[in-house]
Design a protein around this ligand. Structure first.
Ligand SMILES: Cc1cc2nc3c(=O)[nH]c(=O)nc-3n(C[C@H](O)[C@H](O)[C@H](O)COP(=O)(O)OP(=O)(O)OC[C@H]3O[C@@H](n4cnc5c(N)ncnc54)[C@H](O)[C@@H]3O)c2cc1C
Length: 375
């Protein structure tokens, strides 16, 4: 892990900023700006930035810890940070030093603009175009979801290549570029503060130099650089949501009482059975994600498989765990008394974020059968 002081600072920010704001973020669909400012000032938005540009030079495992801890308190904040880190890893490899320094200093929030209205969750098949025009490129696209759409400073953007029919290219698009139109505030079931709105690009001109990697190499970069980070961090978001659901369920069942029996809910054997299943599922998913992080860090042969499994398993498991939390919590959970239903809603986002849990199942099956991921 990074130096203990950074982790202490993270806990301090969670206690003093993230936790007090979490209910408003969810209820009002407010972007967690105060939390992002605090994380930026502490250097945590530059966790994956190289020390060469003033960042913390942290690892994917450390980023996973940050996202998981944030998600125990505020899923929206965790997802904003997950998408930022997923963008940072490609900017670190292919972006300008100026942007990298701004990110490292905590003054620049980025995100991924992959999903499109036309190809939906199939982010590997962008339909939006990039047309070379002198030393500029002109982008036209309809992006269906961009986390932090109105709050980010830049988008890591996919398009078709300028010079070929198939494949993809990646661009760093300033969020204030002329021709970008954010559809309006996000009003979703869960992660209500993550600001994930559609964005339409009409004749957006950016310098050709804003290309992230070679024209046409975008798919290789998206799958080789962005996907491992996104998969682990999105899975970590699910793990954090499960941590919170298990903790709040324990708190509830050990304190809620049947006065006429002089017993707590925990005295009901069925409640303990469900609770044990929640903990078993959550811990099994956690072990798998930890193993995926280790596989990626050490370059193990099974790293690609573990990477695909991480989000698939954590996302699907979170759905089961929060469902059990709602069941054990009864009417108290249904009525928001014990704070579980927010996690129930937040957990659902991971499953539908691309690659979706179902698409990952398909990818894993194909990988096991020695088939290419995309058929
Ligand atoms: C909170 C939130 C934040 C997001 N943030 C971002 C962001 O920052 N950047 C970004 O680019 N995108 C983002 N997304 C979009 C996300 O990554 C997906 O693209 C989107 O949720 C897919 O929704 P859809 O209706 O287009 O799904 P569809 O593609 O219509 O899928 C519908 C169903 O079909 C299934 N399905 C489709 N294809 C397959 C397949 N090949 N195999 C198996 N099942 C399949 C899916 O699993 C799903 O159950 C975000 C989404 C959410 C919910």
């Amino acid at each position: 892990m990074t130096s203990p002081s950074i982790l202490d600072v993270l806990e301090e920010i969670i206690t003093t900023v993230v936790e007090p704001g979490a209910t408003d973020v969810d209820t009002n669909g407010e972007f967690p700006r105060a939390a992002l400012t605090a994380l930026g000032e502490a250097g945590l938005l530059g966790l994956l930035s190289s020390t060469d540009v003033g960042g913390l030079g942290g690892t994917l495992g450390e980023a996973a810890h940050v996202v998981r801890r944030l998600a125990t308190t505020c899923g929206s904040t965790a997802m904003v940070v997950c998408m930022h880190y997923s963008a940072v890893v490609v900017i670190e490899q292919h972006g300008s030093e100026e942007t990298r320094r701004a990110i490292a200093s905590g003054n620049h929030l980025s995100t991924l603009a992959f999903s499109e209205t036309g190809s939906r969750s199939h982010f590997w098949a962008p339909i939006g175009t990039a047309t070379a025009s002198g030393d500029e490129v002109v982008l036209d696209a309809s992006k269906s979801w961009i986390t932090s759409a109105e709050e980010a400073d830049s988008y890591v953007w996919t398009s078709r290549p300028t010079a070929a029919d198939g494949g993809a290219s990646l661009w760093l698009v300033p969020a204030d570029a002329s021709g970008l139109k954010v559809a309006g505030p996000f009003d979703g079931l869960g992660l209500r503060g993550n600001g994930s709105s559609p964005v339409v690009a009409t004749d957006v001109r950016i310098p050709l130099a804003n290309g992230l990697g070679d024209d046409g190499a975008g798919l290789d970069i998206a799958l080789g650089v962005v996907l491992p980070t996104f998969q682990i961090l999105n899975a970590s978001c699910s793990l954090g949501v499960m941590d919170a659901a298990v903790a709040k369920t324990i708190q509830h069942v050990t304190t809620a009482r049947f006065a006429h029996l002089d017993q707590s809910l925990a005295d009901q054997p069925v409640v303990r059975q469900h609770l044990a299943r929640m903990k078993n599922l959550a811990d099994a998913a956690s072990c798998l994600v930890d193993d995926a992080v280790d596989a990626l860090a050490t370059g193990r042969d099974d790293a690609p498989l573990r990477m695909l499994q991480s989000k698939g398993v954590a996302g699907a498991t979170a759905l089961e765990v929060v469902d059990l939390a709602m069941r054990v919590g009864g009417g108290a959970a249904f009525r928001k008394d014990i704070g579980i239903e927010r996690h129930f809603r937040d957990a659902r986002a991971s499953a539908v974020m691309a690659p979706t849990v179902d698409a990952l199942q398909e990818f894993i099956g194909r990988a096991l059968c020695g088939m290419p991921l995309f058929g």
